[in-house]
Write a protein of this length. Sequence first.
Length: 277
Amino acid sequence: MAFNGAINEAFPMPESLDRSTVSHTQKGFKISARKLPISKSGPIDEMSKTLGIPVPEMIFGDNMVSIEHLKSGWRLEFNAYDALDRVDKTDKNMLQVAYSKEWSSSREKTHEGIKEIVKPFDWSYSTDYAGTITNGKPFDHPEQSPDRIPIELLKRPDPILFFEEVVLYESELDDNGISVLTCKLRVMPDRMLLLCRLFMRLDNVLVRIRDTRIYVDFNTGKVIRDYIEKEETFPTVKNHLLFSGKLPDDLTIAFRDPNQLAEHVPEVKHIVENLTL
């Protein structure tokens, strides 16, 4: 993964972050991305204290992607802190595996800045994060017939003017699987699409895919946010893969690739919101 430059400070100054941010402006919209190495111990401890939970072992606290409408000032951002703040901080949605207690205990000792006992939390880091509006009006919640993302327009062979892929956090769940949150965006002459995806696989237990897609039509100022949650038990997904023709030796690769798993994981929640700038 290529980075947008190195930062040596433990707590980067705003001007350092600005220098590491790449941007593209298209028809009144500014699209930005920042990719930096894993956060250092100081910011990690500070984030854990503020959130009240241990953070994933690979946390990219300075990474972000954003979409800004220059005329109105409306701005939508995706970042690791806000995503983790949406993780359940109770034991209501905790997933159970044989080593869950030992794992949670070990995570309490990972960061020296956390002295108190960490309360139970969703240690799979499953977030329903759909972005942070840092300025401007919220999305509308139409009760009927919201505008959907025009898939056919996105299939056109339009030139890609700007492309970035940014990791916000990743955890191997103490060798019990993976939980990773990434953002990927592509900008074309008349439109753009951003995908923020949580992929969580808890081996022999559960598979989750939570996708937030942001579509922007530069000519009309229409913004569509499409949020989908998919979830299925690990054994069921495994059986679907085998029935689809996958060989047993191919399963390991398939379970690492959410694109291969998505069609075998049913949708459990779907929200579409619209906004015109």
